[in-house]
Design a protein around this ligand. Sequence first.
Ligand code: IPM
Ligand code: MG
Length: 356
Amino acid sequence: MKKHILVIPGDGIGQEVTTWGKAVLEKIGQQGGHEFTFDEALMGHAAIEATGTPLPDETLEKAKASDAILFGAIGHIKYDNDPTAKVRPEQGLLKIRKELGLYANLRPIMLFDELLGASSLKPEILKGTDILFFRELTGDVYFGEKKRSDDRNTASDLMIYHRYEVERIARKAFEAAQARTKRLCSVDKANVLEASRLWREVVQELAKEYPDVETEHMFIDNAAMQLVKNPKKFDVVLTANLFGDILTDEASQIAGSMGMLASASVGDGTGFFEPIHGSAHDIAGQDKANPLASILSVALMFEISFGLKEEAARITSAIDKVLKDGYRTADIADAATDKSKILGTTAMGQKVLEYL
Ligand code: IPM
Ligand code: MG
């Protein structure tokens, strides 16, 4: 198979972690006779510094011309405490999602048994959890009209959804549920929000087309609570952009660390694969970041964009073995971890390659 992959390292630890995602792609390429070619492009703070804009046209063109995109992370502390900044790194990510029509963000909460102790939640609550989030990615308050009054004292972000937007992501979630344990939980705030009432209406209608799937509706506040109370009760979770953003950060604790969670954004165009973690400037450039989420994002790329399930499984099982043999990055180490097996980014990346 011949594929062209665009690597967008982005900001902070993005460069360090995508190095290892790319290395895994190269390794599998050599092993399986696949031919992967690469290009690199700027986005986020790195792009603002170099070109003045968070998503240069050149990046977008390269993205459209590639078969898949491996992305690192975005953001810079400099903007976090400056609400008046006109240009922000995150605008690059939002724009590329919109431009590529990446309306479905898949976030699997995969639990490696060896990491049960790394979570702040009790192992017996976590064991056996396997959730697949479908977060809508190109609508909601993220893209609705933003306003600030002339006197600057009033602000609003419009929460807006169109029927077709709910329908297309809901279909993907129902189809995924059919291939899993046939349970789907749609999360909204239909007791308060009109946009959520449309959401629920559309999901209820579609549910009739998938009678084999057991469909449940839950309010976001309740879902946030149930997720830590009894995560095993969830299988496929379907939700809107903002709710999904918050809920998946919460869910990352189930997997032990944000450093373990990969995601796939798919829709009309080229698939986009990235860890759910941020740019973590506090540890950037110190060889401390966990490269496993980037490597797991590559596994998702193989499975979803290239249809290479066997290769995806090989990556996951290599990581599983690395963890079984006791190797950890600092973020997933616990009191029981052998100190000599706590690895930096580079050593962990190399370990995975070795086990592959
Ligand atoms: C995510 C991130 C982004 C989001 C930010 C960086 C814009 O938190 O992908 O979860 O809110 O979607
Ligand atoms: Mg987020």
